[in-house]
Design a binder for this molecule. Structure first.
Ligand SMILES: Nc1ncnc2c1ncn2[C@@H]1O[C@H](COP(=O)(O)OP(=O)(O)OP(=O)(O)O)[C@@H](O)[C@H]1O
Ligand SMILES: [Mg+2]
Length: 247
C-alpha cells in the first residue's frame, strides 16, 4: 500500500481579488520508507502541501488518500484522530510543552494516541534512541536547540506513525546541529522504516534526501529520485519521468 496519494489537489485561500491558489493541480505518490524533501521558494506551497498530507487542513478540490483511506472529506474530529494515531510532526520551532520534562513531552504523544502499553518505558526507550538518555528529566528550557529538536523527533516517532512530517526542521539550528538532527532522522527512517516528508530551504537537508520534489507557484516543477540511498554530500540525482506528470 502507498503511504499517501495526492490526487489533483488544489488549495485556494481567500476569495475574489484576494484569492491565492496555493496548490494548483498537484499529484504525487509517496511510498513506504521514503525520505523525501519538498523544496521551492518562499510561498511556493510547501507548508500547504504538508498540511494537506498531514491532515491539518483539507483540499479545495482533489483527494488525499492516506494509508488507503480518503482523508480529504473528513471532519475536524476524524482528522484529529488520524493525526494522533498515524502522523508524527516535527516543527521549525520544536513546539514542546515548556513545563513538561523531555520524558513527559514524549509521553504526551502516547497519551494522545491512546497507547495502551507502558508509556513511560516506551517514551524513555525512544529518547534513548535519539541520544537523550541522560537528559530525560530536564525541561526544554534546560536543553540546547539540538537537544530540543531530538525530543521533538522522539515525540514524533514514539507512537510508530506511518508518516513523519517535518516543516523546515533545521531552520532554527546551526549548521552542525542541523546535520546531526538529520542524521538522527535518517537513522530512524532506516531502523523503523517510517516515511519522512520534509520541507526545507536548507541544502544540507536536500543532500540527504532520496527524492526531491520542487514546487513553484503551487505546481510541481521537478520530481527527482536518487538511484541509490545517499550518503551525506552525494549529489547525483536522476530524473524520474513517471513522477513528472505535473512538470
Ligand atoms: N491561511 C492562509 N490564508 C491565505 N493565504 C495563505 C494561507 N496560508 C498560505 N497562504 C498563501 O499560500 C501560498 C503558499 O504558502 P505556503 O505557506 O504553503 O508557502 P511555503 O512554500 O511554505 O513558503 P515558506 O518557504 O515561506 O514557508 C502563499 O502565497 C501564502 O501567502
Ligand atoms: Mg512554509
Amino acid at each position: 500500500m502507498k503511504i499517501c496519494e495526492v490526487e489533483s489537489v488544489c488549495k485556494i485561500y481567500g476569495r475574489g481579488a484576494a484569492e491565492v491558489r496555493a496548490l494548483d493541480d498537484v499529484s504525487l505518490v509517496f511510498e513506504p520508507g521514503e525520505f523525501t524533501v519538498i523544496s521551492g521558494p518562499s510561498g511556493s506551497g510547501k507548508t500547504t502541501l504538508l498540511n494537506m498530507v498531514g491532515c491539518l487542513d483539507t483540499p479545495t478540490s482533489g483527494r488525499v488518500v492516506l494509508e488507503g483511506k480518503d482523508v480529504s472529506t473528513l471532519g475536524e474530529r476524524a482528522l484529529a484522530h488520524v493525526r494522533a494515531k498515524r502522523i508524527g510532526f516535527i516543527f521549525q520551532s520544536f513546539n514542546l510543552v515548556p513545563v513538561l520534562s523531555a520524558l513527559e513531552n514524549v509521553e504526551t504523544a502516547l497519551h494522545l494516541a491512546r497507547f495502551s502499553g507502558n508509556r513511560r518505558k516506551t517514551a524513555a526507550e525512544m529518547l534513548d534512541a535519539v541520544g537523550l538518555r541522560d537528559q530525560m528529566r530536564r525541561r526544554p528550557t534546560q536543553l540546547s536547540g539540538g537537544q530540543q529538536q531530538r525530543i521533538a523527533v522522539a515525540r514524533a516517532l514514539v507512537k510508530h506513525p506511518g508518516l513523519v512530517i517535518a516543516d523546515e526542521p533545521t531552520a532554527n539550528l546551526d549548521s552542525k546541529t542541523g546535520t546531526q538532527i538529520l542524521d538522527v532522522m535518517r537513522q530512524m527512517n532506516e531502523s523503523f522504516g517510517v516515511t519522512f516528508l520534509f520541507s526545507t530551504h536548507d541544502p544540507r537537508v536536500m543532500e540527504r534526501a532520496r527524492r526531491i520534489v520542487s514546487l513553484h507557484d503551487g505546481r510541481i516543477a521537478e520530481d527527482r529520485t536518487r538511484e541509490k540511498p545517499s550518503a551525506a554530500g552525494e549529489v547525483a540525482l536522476t530524473s524520474d519521468a513517471s513522477n513528472e506528470s505535473n512538470a
